[in-house]
Design a protein around this ligand. Structure first.
Ligand code: ADP
Ligand code: MG
Length: 633
């Protein structure tokens, strides 16, 4: 069996799966317990060992502080983005979170970032596949919702790396579902993918032309799914128990959990039978019994499933299509097993949806198809390119706090676009590039994706520099931004880090920290690299101390630098690479002002006698201004 087999993974909010291509058709790889679905639940047992999936579920009830679920909701997001989720889900954030820092979740006595928690789920899927093949698995295709933004995609890739998987491609879930049905074999058509899972509803409209998929519109509701049905049934049972039997069990976590399990089982049975009897043992020797017919069930859930209608209509409207223009409808998500949901979908599109594949497996199956294409194992679909769209516009902040869009929403990816900008202040040497995502006019209303500076632009009058800003969204939907001043050829040393993403160092330290403690040679490399970097910064500092800029620092600044220099020297030759990196980072920050002063003096010598303070009438001596919209062309 080939060891570089590529697997396809559906990393779901509720359930995750791994699949591979067996001959001509994709199949799901079961876990040791025989189950195809691995619940996306992670817990730490009493020995702080991670437990994943079905076995982790019981921790949710017995020791909820040791378990976490629905972590996908927090991937690539910041504290300010998730207030809604915190109200609805029992996430316990770390106490010492700093603004702008990557989220960490408390689990047992430890804290974990969302990518680390997802990595534990991925690691379980990886193990399942390795057990099944009897060979290592190191490469994967992972699916993400079509609406996932750059930071969320990056966080998913990080999770893969932490789990020891090279993520060859991120594929949008609706695209994967279409692939699983082999819809790519049709030459042209419009596909609607209706995905009702555990906690989210997504509707996507794809256009297929010459075997190429293009996501032309997406919509949905991030708080709608099977969980709502479960909660409704639980509420009804609790009301019944209080009304008919006169006992209030609301505060009895164990009983509530037993009720939850019973109503979910009942819900699932009602997808294939026309009635079910609930029978739950209660305290004081009492019993709750109730017969639910499918008809009653359908009446109860009607308001819930009707909430999918609005998003479907909006997606069609955004795509500029009428329901009759949809050629294929694909059902995704466990909740589309409910006959009433199927009937609604049929009615919305006036067409029979595809139901041959299990709706909760279809995304993973499609990921396996894509993995097979990437491994060159496919013939029919060999040259197939999968095109998706970017769900939100991408742009940069220009003078006055205004958003200037570079790539418009619903653009097909991979995509690239270039725009020209200039400076707004005479002699502006540093130009701030603030990358934004969103449709709003003002930068403050859009989501901040990344910031970087184009430094060392030679002094010119405002409006003279010609700054080329290039946006590229790659096939994974990840954004790369570069800036270049054309007259001088200055380029920014650009590293676009999504605002809530992890740095490469953080990801690598997580790989090291992760539970399969990494190999020694990898650690050695980390140590050597960190030591080299420490040497570089210490040498640069020596040079700085001899420059005239050193004299311009305050005594406090010098003291602080000396202290951190001492600290770096102290750990610089140790084997603790994380400590070296931390000391480097601290010294780097403390010397930022020195570096700016040094650059300042270099520029002022060009301007013969003028200091940047005189030239640049802006905020600070070297405060970078955002770019200004260019008038030339
Ligand atoms: P996600 O994409 O959110 O990870 P899934 O596609 O696995 O989730 O869907 C999980 C949801 O599907 C759960 O709410 C589960 O109760 C529901 N579900 C699974 N099977 C059935 C069924 N036969 N009838 C009704 N609901 C089901
Ligand atoms: Mg799903």
């Amino acid at each position: 069996m080939s060891s570089d087999r590529i697997v396809g993974i559906d990393l779901g909010t509720t359930n995750s799966l791994v699949a591979y291509m067996q001959g001509e058709s994709p199949v799901v790889i079961p876990g040791e317990d025989g189950s195809n679905l691995v619940p996306s639940v992670v817990a730490l047992d009493q020995n702080n060992q991670p437990v994943i999936g079905n076995t982790a579920r019981r921790f949710l009830i017995e020791t909820p502080e040791r378990a976490v679920y629905s972590i996908k909701r927090l991937m690539g997001r910041g504290v300010e983005d998730i207030q809604e989720e915190l109200k609805l889900f029992p996430f316990r954030l770390a106490d010492d979170l700093q603004p702008g820092e990557v989220l960490r979740i408390k689990l047992g006595g430890k804290t974990f970032t969302p990518p680390e928690i997802s990595a534990l789920v991925l690691r379980q899927l990886k193990r399942n596949a390795e057990r099944y093949f009897g060979a290592p698995v190191t490469k994967a295709v992972i699916t993400v919702p079509a609406y996932f933004n750059d930071a969320q995609r990056q966080a998913t890739k990080d999770a893969g790396r932490i789990a020891g998987l090279e993520v060859l491609r991120l594929v949008n879930e609706p695209t994967a579902a279409s692939l699983a049905y082999g819809l790519d074999k049709k030459q042209n058509g419009i596909v609607a993918v209706y995905d009702l899972g555990g906690g989210t509803f997504d509707i996507s409209i794809l256009r297929l032309h010459d075997g190429i998929f293009e996501v032309i519109a997406t919509n949905g509701d991030t708080h709608l799914g099977g969980d709502d049905i479960d909660n409704l049934l639980i509420t009804i049972a609790l009301d019944d128990i209080q009304g008919d039997l006169g006992i209030d069990v609301r505060r009895n976590a164990e009983i509530v959990q037993a009720i939850r399990k019973a109503v979910i089982d009942a819900k699932i049975v009602l997808s294939s039978q026309t009635s079910i009897k609930l029978d739950i043992n209660l305290p004081q020797g009492k019993r709750y019994q109730r017969e639910i017919t499918r008809e009653q069930f359908e009446q109860l859930i009607q308001p819930i499933i009707d909430r999918t209608i609005g998003p479907v209509r909006q997606a069609l409207k955004d795509a500029g299509l009428k329901p009759e223009q949809i050629d294929e409808v694909v059902l995704v998500g466990g909740s589309t097993r409910i006959p009433k949901v199927r009937a609604l979908v049929k009615q919305l599109f006036n067409r029979e949806p595809h139901t041959d594949l299990n709706p909760d497996e279809v995304v993973a199956l499609g990921a396996a198809v894509q993995a097979n294409i990437l491994s060159g194992g496919s013939t029919a679909t060999e040259n197939m390119l999968l095109l998706d769209v970017t769900p939100l516009s991408l742009g940069i902040e220009v003078a006055g706090g205004v958003t200037d869009k570079v790539i418009l929403r619903n653009s097909t990816i991979p995509a690239s676009a270039t725009q020209f900008y200039t400076t707004q202040v005479d002699g502006q040497a540093n130009v701030a590039i603030h990358v934004l995502q969103g449709e709003r006019e003002l930068a403050k209303d859009c989501r901040s994706l990344a910031r970087f500076d184009l430094k060392g632009v030679p002094p010119m009058a405002a409006g003279m520099p010609r700054i080329e800003v290039k946006f590229l969204i790659d096939a994974n939907g990840i954004l790369h931004v570069s800036a270049r001043e054309q007259r001088s050829g200055k380029e920014a040393e650009i590293q676009v880090q999504p605002s809530y993403g992890l740095t490469d160092e953080q990801v690598e330290s997580m790989i090291l920290d992760s539970f399969d403690s990494a190999e020694e040679d990898f650690r050695q490399r980390q140590v050597i690299e960190a030591r080299n970097e420490a040497g570089t910064i210490l040498t640069a500092l020596e040079k700085g101390k001899k420059s005239p800029a050193w004299g311009k620092l305050t005594t406090d600044e010098k003291k602080r630098i000396a202290k951190l220099e001492g600290a770096l020297n102290a750990v610089g030759n140790e084997d603790d690479y994380a400590a070296i990196r931390k000391a480097i980072e601290a010294l780097n920050q403390a010397t930022t002002h020195l570096a700016e002063l040094m650059m300042d003096s270099a520029v002022s010598s060009v301007l013969k006698g003028k200091t940047m303070d005189e030239v640049d009438m802006g905020e600070g001596p070297m405060a970078p201004h955002p770019v200004a919209k260019a008038e030339f062309e």
